[in-house]
Ligand binder design. Structure first.
Ligand code: ASP
Length: 370
């Protein structure tokens, strides 16, 4: 064997040795533990327990991918915080739509659905995309048709009495706050026109609305900070490392309340809301997806850990890259490396994430301050 081959063999042996140490459990430097491990945004205890039941079962345990589906599905059924699953976050038309993603950190396969209508099972639809198509992301009614054709229940009305009431109150409040900017509304709730656009170039219906409104209202930039808070804007973003050391991540959310119809958040965007790689670890995010997806913070976290950063430093670095450009943004993420060491970072709100590993009796909730 020549020197380069011997070096390669030694490298491979060391890699395997490190991996075995991690698989053996060992100590985690801070807040970590032993495999399997489940981490989720927010105190979504039932979701973490559901994932744990799958991944900890028997001597080999279930797969990380199956645990993600169990955990995120539990949150969809429970409608965690009203922002996961059906019945929450009505858009401007009062409709609830779902965004979800799943990623297999062994193969790097991803499946996602965005702005999906009339189907309650976001994470299951995402898994169907991953496992039965060569695509990564399906959207809108085509995602609905795909999910139903693959056996998921639907079409189903995703609204709830609470989401309709929230939407009615918002209409009565002249559709404030909302996500429009640099527009002139032709009425309290629109239609909205870009500043300086001549209404002559608009459709007949829009011009009628324009005329009926009598007076044009003041230009608006009402993407208010108050649009985004803990109970109108959350995602379950979950990472699982199974007993074999395989990583999977997943997300599910009904997005942002009063969004403009068609809006897709960061939930189904790989590298933004979640990312994972067996070789490194995983990340999950929540917050103002319209801002966060511009930075792919979870991709950043995983790549920073790959280059040697500890989870805490990687998490803080990814958050500070966003806050430097958007000091008012609201968001948070957790990082977990492939030894089970985890950490969180946040900006603009106090964040909590949940963890279960084999050294714990039950789910533990960790609070992170900005
Ligand atoms: N990131 C999600 C979105 O923007 C919501 C959230 O997690 O707060 O749709």
């Amino acid at each position: 064997m020549d020197r380069s081959n011997a070096g390669l063999l030694l490298g491979l042996l060391l890699l395997q040795f490190n991996r075995c140490l991690a698989l053996g459990g060992g100590d985690a430097a801070e807040g970590g533990g032993v495999f399997p491990v489940v981490v989720s945004t927010w105190p979504f205890r039932e979701a973490v327990r559901a994932a744990w039941e799958v991944v900890a079962a028997g001597s080999t345990g279930g797969s990380a991918v199956d645990a993600i589906v169990a955990g995120c599905s539990a949150c969809e059924v429970l409608r965690c915080d009203g922002t996961v699953g059906p019945g929450g976050s009505p858009d401007e038309n009062g409709e609830t739509t779902l965004d979800a993603l799943i990623m297999n950190g062994t193969t790097m396969e991803i499946g996602a659905v965005a702005s999906m209508r009339y189907v309650k099972d976001g994470i299951k639809a995402a898994k169907l995309v991953m496992e039965h198509t060569g695509h990564t992301l399906l959207v809108g009614e085509k995602a609905t048709a795909f999910a139903i054709s693959m056996g998921l229940a639907g079409p189903t009305n995703l609204s709830s009495p609470e989401s309709i009431e929230k939407w009615s109150n918002w209409r009565q409040n002249h559709c404030q706050p909302n996500f429009w900017k640099n527009v002139v509304p032709a009425g309290n709730c629109g239609p909205y026109y870009p500043i300086n656009v001549n209404p002559v170039h608009r459709t007949i219906g829009e011009i009628q609305g324009w005329l009926q409104s009598g007076n044009l209202l003041e230009p608006t930039d009402s993407h208010l900070k108050s649009v985004i808070n803990r109970h109108n804007h959350d995602t379950i973003s979950m990472a699982v490392i199974d007993k074999m050391g395989h990583v999977a991540v997943g997300t599910s959310t009904n997005g942002a309340t009063f969004k403009i119809p068609g809006r897709v958040g960061d939930g189904p965007i790989p590298g933004s809301s979640a990312y994972g790689d067996d070789e490194v670890g995983a990340c999950g995010a929540t917050g103002d997806g319209d801002i966060m997806m511009r930075f792919l913070p979870c991709y950043q976290v995983v790549e920073s850990m790959r280059r040697g950063m500890e989870p805490r430093d990687a998490a803080m670095d990814a958050i500070s890259r966003i806050s430097r450009k958007y000091p008012d943004f609201v968001g948070a993420l957790f990082a977990v490396n492939n030894k089970g060491v985890h950490a969180g970072a946040c900006h603009g709100w106090t964040f909590q994430y949940s963890v279960r590993n084999s050294s714990m009796e039950d789910v533990e909730v960790i609070t992170v301050t900005p």
